[in-house]
Design a protein around this ligand. Sequence first.
Ligand SMILES: [Cu+2]
Length: 144
Amino acid sequence: MHVVWSRSRCVPLLAFMIACGGNDAAKAPSTPSSQPAIKAPPSTGHSITIEMTTNEVGSFFKPNEIETKPGDVLHFVLVAGVHNVHFLADSNPGINGLPEASAMLQLPSQSVDVPVTMAAGGTYYFQCDPHAALGMKGHVKVVQ
Ligand SMILES: [Cu+2]
């Protein structure tokens, strides 16, 4: 003998699944480009740190010979002194996509990121404007 329980009571299921769609609306990332005329290569997510230093030896970039790829970022960090980074047009004749001259960095650990927008297959000259005559310069070789 068995007892059959009727469990068919209708429980009102108040499923208020409120989809709160107002707050997580996708905000388009607003990344204003400082160089709208240049079609930037897609970012590789890779960055190369270059120190800018003045010490008893002199003023220099370290390293100052860099090999990189389009879409990399050159991460210039001030260690000591007052420096900038400038891919001088006169020293890179006929080259499109040169980054603009950076601001002058003055405080240790200040940095500037320079996206590699120059074409692969070239080597590009850069310098620190105040110290170029003292040898503060370097080259970026861009490879594919
Ligand atoms: Cu300098």
